[in-house]
Design a protein around this ligand. Structure first.
Ligand SMILES: [Zn+2]
Length: 320
């Protein structure tokens, strides 16, 4: 890639850090950077810090011809106004991100929901040739969702579409950060998984997980340690993945029955459990969804993984 070539920049604002990447129009990352952010500070201060890191990143970069900066952020986004209406994870309400960033960053800016960015990235990078309808689920702390319909990112009437993680799957379930009860993400997201593993440990039901945590440097339960314990034969953790997979399968079957997609792409930390999660999920999908669309859909774990969001954000500039 020549230094004078036009490039795109992606920014992915996660719960604890911001990722920046300079990306080619083909989706290849040329340079990247990650910076820690504390969202407990006032939004204006956080945005000022993000701008500063961005400016230093671009200053040190070999690529100067920037078409624009796409920004992915969790929450309900008004793309037209560049407004973050509501982001429970970041604690932001009605923050005009584009307006505040444009004071510091002299390039065209696009603001989009982070899971929508991941869906757009997943479709653009390896599905656009033979797939018109794709659902992307980011299985991280919560569950993000993005929908591609007829080769376009589907935003709905107010830009809020795709909140698959906040589908109510138990009408009397646990309270969720969004204000609802019994949301899908409390059953399949990492925080739900960790909560259940903690309860198993307290009841002395997960001896192998207990042993693994004793040897872990931070003694913190993570989806990775729960997967490790299950693979080593911990029956409680095996059952936990079985249950989580079946719940995910129910969510997938809802997606298949509603959207009839050719592809469902999974990404994020929980998706790394691989067959522990995927096998029961696919079995449940086959059992619950309509037969023909269930047979048609291909469910994969993204190979791009944690870069999907930042690359997808940059590639928003290629949306027509
Ligand atoms: Zn919710």
């Amino acid at each position: 890639m020549k230094k004078e070539s036009q490039v795109l920049v992606g920014m992915d604002c996660g719960g604890t850090n911001v990722k920046f990447a300079i990306v080619t129009p083909e989706g290849k990352i040329l340079e990247s950077k990650c910076a820690a952010v504390d969202y407990k500070e006032p939004a204006e201060k956080v945005i000022k810090k993000i701008s500063l890191v961005f400016k230093n990143f671009i200053k040190q970069s070999a690529f100067k011809k920037i078409q624009g900066v796409g920004i992915g952020i969790a929450g309900d986004i008004d793309q037209k106004k560049g407004l973050v209406r509501f982001s429970p994870n970041l604690g932001w309400n009605n923050i005009n991100l584009r307006c505040l960033l444009s004071k510091e960053i002299p390039y065209p800016l696009l603001i989009e929901n982070d899971a929508n960015c991941a869906a757009w990235g997943a479709w653009w990078l390896d599905a656009k040739k033979d797939c018109e309808n794709l659902i992307c689920l980011t299985l991280g702390t919560g569950i993000g969702g993005g929908i591609i319909l007829n080769s376009k990112l589907y935003r709905g009437a107010t830009g809020s579409a795709g909140e698959i993680g906040h589908m109510t799957i138990r009408y009397d379930g646990q309270p969720c950060k969004c204000g609802n009860f019994g949301c899908a993400e409390s059953f399949v997201g990492a925080w739900g998984l960790i909560r259940e593993a903690e309860s198993g440990l307290k009841r002395e039901l997960a001896p192998i997980l207990k042993k693994i945590l004793k040897g872990a440097p931070q003694k913190k339960i993570e989806p990775k340690s729960i997967a490790e314990a299950a693979k080593a034969g911990d029956p409680f953790c095996q059952q936990l993945w079985q249950d989580t997979g079946e719940r995910l399968g129910s969510i997938l079957s809802n997606c298949v029955n509603i959207f009839n997609p050719e592809r469902i792409v999974l990404c994020g930390g929980v998706s790394k459990a691989g067959s522990l999660l995927l096998e029961p999920a696919l079995h449940t999908l086959g059992r619950r969804a309509f037969a023909i669309p269930a047979k048609k859909v291909k469910v994969t774990v993204s190979q791009y993984d944690e870069n999907l969001g930042v690359v997808g954000a940059a590639l928003l500039f290629l949306e027509k």
